[in-house]
Design a protein around this ligand. Structure first.
Ligand SMILES: Cc1cc2nc3c(=O)[nH]c(=O)nc-3n(C[C@H](O)[C@H](O)[C@H](O)COP(=O)(O)O)c2cc1C
Length: 196
């Protein structure tokens, strides 16, 4: 979108790990990035269960919030320009919808639009073990140009807390948009080599 602050769509769906979405929203707010947030109905339940906060608390972290059934929101149209979309965490159901263009809610429609406009779409899938349908859909979306960043933290940054693990995944999402951060220590060789 040119020289301006980023404008991103963030969707939180009903997978375990809604803490990743909440952390991303906090970081984007600190970075003064304009966020258009959609929370699925299933995610509202998981947010209450896993984070012990209400959907209202979470929604305060974004400037613009749309209902998942609001099918005439600006972000449902390609004419509304954004720099991309992040679905964090992303359920296998929402993944299936993206893979097959089944856009029956605002999250799926916004993802469909992001793809058709050739904008960046990042998904953070969360499921284990992965079944064949899940794996096929992950391959399908990857072929479509979606960046798949699984909720799969690394351990080379020597995490000590759950926060460290969450920050790793959120940091990898920020990397997809070249957004600077210090959410984890980057690998620089076993002995912390200096760059040549
Ligand atoms: C506590 C809880 C955890 C869940 N975790 C996952 C998960 O990790 N991955 C997943 O694909 N679905 C998970 N589900 C199931 C989804 O919420 C369900 O498939 C839902 O229809 C997804 O809808 P959505 O994609 O519109 O959010 C979970 C459900 C609950 C209640």
């Amino acid at each position: 979108m040119g020289a301006h602050n980023l404008r991103l769509i963030v969707a939180i769906t009903g997978a375990s790990g809604v803490i990743y979405g909440a952390r991303l929203l906090k970081v984007l707010r600190e970075k003064k990035i304009e966020v258009y947030l959609i929370v699925s109905k299933a995610a509202e339940k998981v947010i209450e269960y896993e984070l012990e906060i209400t959907k209202k608390d979470l929604k305060k972290l974004a400037q613009h919030v749309y209902d998942v059934n609001d099918l005439d929101a600006p972000i449902m149209s390609g004419s509304f320009q954004t720099d991309g979309m992040i679905i964090i965490p992303c359920t296998m159901k929402t993944l299936a919808g993206i893979a097959h263009g089944y856009a029956d809610n605002l999250i799926l429609r916004a993802a469909d639009v992001t793809l058709k406009e050739r904008r960046k779409l990042v998904v953070v899938p969360r499921e284990t073990p992965l079944g064949i349908v899940h794996l096929c859909n992950l391959l399908e979306v990857s072929k479509l140009g979606v960046l798949v960043v699984p909720a799969m933290p690394a351990y080379y940054h020597k995490p000590k807390t759950i926060d460290d693990l969450v920050n790793f995944v959120v940091g990898k999402v920020l990397d997809c948009f070249n957004l600077e951060h210090r959410l984890f220590k980057r690998w620089s060789g076993i002995k912390g080599r200096k760059l040549n």
